[in-house]
Ligand binder design. Structure first.
Ligand SMILES: Nc1ncnc2c1ncn2[C@@H]1O[C@H](COP(=O)(O)OP(=O)(O)O)[C@@H](O)[C@H]1O
Ligand SMILES: Nc1ccn([C@@H]2O[C@H](COP(=O)(O)O)[C@@H](O)[C@H]2O)c(=O)n1
Length: 213
């Protein structure tokens, strides 16, 4: 592994295609090159709260995240240390008891709705990306995904969208677009943007390897 990992932030609204973009970039490299850290896995632990109370949390507000833990983990990775990455369970709205031990890799992708909202995180990034997809597509994608994969009902997805997701997107997420170096419209199917990202990462890795010789 090279000296210090390259840190890439991938932000964007819920359902914009952040995960798809990240996966597409990872597919261009070997398994040993890119480590993905999902901000969602760093939602504050709510295991002390009854399930009904967890339903009242606004999961699109910056205060829902334990960024202190996330930042300390990134520092550990940058310093070559293994971390115990939390695992998040959307069905019960809290962290699982298990953790995943992960070692640093040459590239770290930080992916999440509010990854560009905290200046401490932004300061750690070499490249900042915002995946920009229209709200109508995002809500349709989210509806399908939350019902099929996250154990939600149609009514709950609509209520959550109107009460928390939409207002928080406008207040906290969309404004972070201004910090992005690259804005990717439409997400994971934007092959040109994925190619550009992959080429940029290859260039940085090549330069870093060269520096060490
Ligand atoms: N370009 C696309 N066209 C159709 N569906 C898509 C596209 N990109 C993503 N999706 C689907 O939309 C949902 C949300 O995409 P995802 O990449 O998980 O977004 P995010 O991580 O930003 O929430 C997923 O079910 C995914 O398969
Ligand atoms: N218990 C939770 C935690 C988060 N969410 C929603 O997830 C969205 C972020 O994930 P994406 O993959 O869509 O970026 C965020 O908008 C939260 O509303 C949730 O519903 N329940």
């Amino acid at each position: 592994m090279q000296d210090k990992p390259v840190v890439i932030g991938v932000a964007g609204g819920s359902g914009s295609g952040k995960t798809s973009v990240t996966r597409s970039i990872c597919q261009r490299f070997s398994d040993q090159t890119i480590l993905v850290i999902e901000q969602d896995y760093y939602y504050k632990d709510q295991s002390h709260l009854p399930f009904e109370e967890r339903l009242n949390t606004n999961y699109d507000h910056p205060l829902a995240f334990d960024n202190d833990l996330l930042i300390s983990h990134i520092y550990d990775l940058l310093n070559g240390k293994e971390i115990e990455k939390p695992v998040y369970d959307y069905k019960v709205h809290t962290r699982s008891k298990e953790v995943i031990k992960v070692k640093p890799k040459d590239v770290i992708i930080l992916e999440g709705i509010l990854i560009l909202e905290d200046p401490r995180l932004v300061d750690l990034m070499d490249i900042k990306v915002y995946v920009d997809t229209d709200a109508d597509l995002r809500i349709i994608r989210r509806l399908m995904r939350d019902i099929n994969e996250r154990g939600r009902s149609l009514d709950s997805v609509i209520d959550q969208y109107i009460n928390n997701v939409r207002p928080s997107h406008l207040q906290f997420i969309e404004p972070t677009k201004r910090y992005a170096d690259i804005i990717i419209p439409e997400g994971g199917q934007n092959h040109v943007a994925i190619d550009i990202m992959a080429t940029k990462i290859e260039t940085i890795l090549y330069k870093n390897q060269h520096k060490q010789i």
